[in-house]
Structure formats: structure tokens, C-alpha cells
Design a protein. Structure first.
Length: 353
């Protein structure tokens, strides 16, 4: 790897198997750029792997030994970070259409004119800088909008709990329970691989919205201190479908994974493992994993906390009830996980009354 030592300038990586071409291009560009050189695609990729700050552009020959220019460009385009580096092909080949259609941003024929090289490199670096700046602005605005949306959704979840005569701590507790349960399942269960694919942090983030549909339940039913009639319970059940509709209307342009987890949790956390739950009577693995997790978390919190219609159960009694629901109301694997970390659940409950 050859290098012109000027760390204050933007970097250009030149890849060519002919030493003379490397020297000429370095001479043309050295006053304006920090130049790295490689003699084939493999060597160039090795250089890229070691760099903290990637080059602004790559000048790439097509016909080279070991790995030619097209092969190297294919590798770059398949890489999540390297694909953002613009590539200009510099070659004696006349396959300009093929070069551009393969993903290069430009094409310079050999023998090359120094001013053409300078202008095209400068123009594409200027475009690259503009693109990077625009991307950063979009990411910043997206983060701001996402943060605002998260605050709105959290506030909405808390409003539901206050309306339900809760302190608002139910949202926090169920989130903390879910975090602890997910962490255990990731390390100690057959669901570890499935959970990682589902982005478990997003599952935890979606938990506060699980009861958002209760906003559509009349107070006389939602706050009734005694036992509900069958007709009233049918109304309560609708909070799952109401919540699904609310989630879809609010998050329809949001992160699709966040949308899916929020919708699944809201819609399906009252399904039962044996198929006797609501609203759809889903059974076993047909119930989304995120909802199976929240189902047991929600019941545990309902058991150990006082509600308008009941006193709190002792922690040991709550675990006994959860254990009895293994394989009927609850997923057996998740039930075993809750039993294993019951002391963590108990501590979360105590600290977040």
C-alpha cells in the first residue's frame, strides 16, 4: 500500500495493477488529496477493512489479476458501508455501458487527461459530500421525529393507565419485566435465535402500547369495581382490536418492525397458548412471540398489584398461578423463564409500586 502522507486532505483510493498508472494518478492528485494505492481488488479491500475514515472515492481499473474491477465493485455493493463509496472506473476497455450499469458513478478512458481526472474526481467528491450531509440531516430529523413520536406514545400509554385508576407504573413495570424476560430467553432458551431476528429491543420498546385500545372502553365498564357481565366483558375484549387500529393509524409510516411488534402485542396479548383466548383464538406458535411474552408479563403484573376489582396477590401465589397456566394459558418455554427469574420480577415489582 502506497500512501501520500497528508492526513488533512480527503482520501482517494487508486487501484491498478500497473505501477506506472499508479504513479501518474498519484502525481495528478497528490496536491489535493491523500492518496492510497493498491494493485488489485483483494489488496484494496484489505486496505478498506483497516481504515477508520473511508476514502471519498475509489479510482478502479477493470482488468487486474487476482480480483478484477467488476468483482471488487460487486463486493463493495454487497457491503453495508463500502457501497456508499463512489467508484470511477479508469481503464483501456471500451465497455462504458457495462461499467456504468455495474454501479460505477463514472468512467475515464486510458490514456487519461490529467485535467479530466482532476475535474471528475472533484465533482464526484463534491456530490459525495453533499449526499453525506443530506443523509446526516435526514437521520437527525428522523431521530427528532422518532423521539417526539416515542414521547407522544409513552404519554398516551400513561394516560390510559391513569384513566384506568393506575399510577402509571404498570407501563414501567411491564416494560422492565419484558426486558428481564427477553434477556433471559436470549441466553437460556430455544427462542434465542428467533428473538434476535425479531430485534428484541424493539419488542421492549413496543410494550407500553399494549393497552392503548382501552381508550375506547366506556368508564362504566373499564372502572367497574365488581365482576363484569358477559356483555361487559365482550366490550372489554374489543380493546385489542381498537388498539390494533390505533397502532396502525399512528405508526403506519414508522419503522415497520416497531409497527409490527406494537400491533402484534396490542392485538394478541390476550390470546392463550391453548387457543382459548381472544380476539382470534390463536393457538401455540401462531401467536406472535412478542405477544406470548407480554401475555405472561401482563398477567403477572395484574396478579401482584391491587386493582379496583381485587387485592394484590402475594408474589409466591402469583408464581403458582403462572405455573398452573403453563401449556394452557402460557407458552411453556416462557413460563419456565418467568419461574427461573421470579426473584427479578419480584424486585421490579417492589421498586416500581
Amino acid at each position: 500500500m502506497a500512501l501520500t502522507d497528508n492526513t488533512d486532505l480527503p482520501t482517494v483510493l487508486v487501484v491498478d495493477d500497473v505501477e506506472t498508472n499508479l504513479l501518474i494518478l498519484e502525481e495528478i492528485l497528490k496536491n489535493d488529496y491523500r492518496i492510497l494505492t493498491a494493485k488489485n481488488g483483494v489488496e484494496a479491500l484489505e486496505i478498506l477493512q483497516t481504515m477508520d475514515v473511508l476514502p471519498k472515492i475509489i479510482l478502479l481499473d477493470i482488468i487486474m489479476p487476482v480480483m478484477n474491477g467488476y468483482q471488487m465493485l460487486d463486493v463493495l455493493k454487497a457491503h453495508s458501508v463500502f457501497r456508499k463509496i463512489p467508484v470511477i472506473f479508469i481503464t483501456t476497455s471500451d465497455s462504458e455501458v457495462l461499467a456504468l450499469s455495474s454501479g460505477a458513478v463514472d468512467f475515464i478512458s486510458k490514456p487519461f487527461h490529467p485535467e479530466i481526472v482532476k475535474l471528475r474526481v472533484a465533482n464526484h467528491i463534491k456530490l459525495k459530500n453533499y449526499s453525506d450531509k443530506l443523509e446526516a440531516m435526514v437521520e437527525q430529523k428522523t431521530a427528532e421525529v422518532t423521539g417526539t413520536l416515542d414521547n407522544i406514545l409513552e404519554a398516551m400509554a400513561n394516560i390510559i393507565e391513569y384513566r384506568n385508576l393506575e399510577s402509571g407504573s404498570h407501563v414501567k413495570r411491564t416494560t422492565y419485566f419484558t426486558r428481564a424476560l427477553v434477556d433471559y430467553l436470549l441466553e437460556n432458551s430455544e427462542y434465542a435465535e428467533d428473538l434476535r431476528a425479531l430485534e428484541p429491543d424493539i419488542i421492549v420498546k413496543a410494550v407500553p402500547l399494549h393497552d392503548v385500545g382501552k381508550i375506547g372502553i366506556p368508564d362504566k365498564i373499564l372502572l367497574k369495581p365488581g365482576k363484569l357481565t358477559p356483555e361487559e366483558f365482550d366490550v372489554i375484549k374489543t380493546h385489542t382490536t381498537i388498539g390494533k387500529d390505533i397502532i396502525e393509524s399512528i405508526l403506519n409510516k414508522s419503522d415497520p418492525i416497531y409497527l409490527n411488534h406494537s400491533r402484534d402485542i396490542c392485538y394478541c396479548h390476550h390470546e392463550r397458548y391453548d387457543g382459548k383466548g381472544y380476539p382470534r383464538g390463536l393457538k401455540g406458535d401462531d401467536i406472535p412471540l412478542s405477544a406470548r411474552i407480554l401475555s405472561i408479563v401482563d398477567v403477572y403484573d395484574a396478579l401482584v398489584c391491587a386493582r379496583v376489582y381485587k387485592d394484590a396477590f402475594p408474589y409466591e401465589e402469583a408464581i403458582r398461578i403462572i405455573t398452573e397456566g403453563k401449556g394452557t394459558q402460557f407458552d411453556p418455554v416462557i413460563t419456565d423463564a418467568v419461574i427461573a427469574i421470579q426473584e427479578i420480577f419480584k424486585e421490579i415489582s417492589i421498586q416500581n409500586q
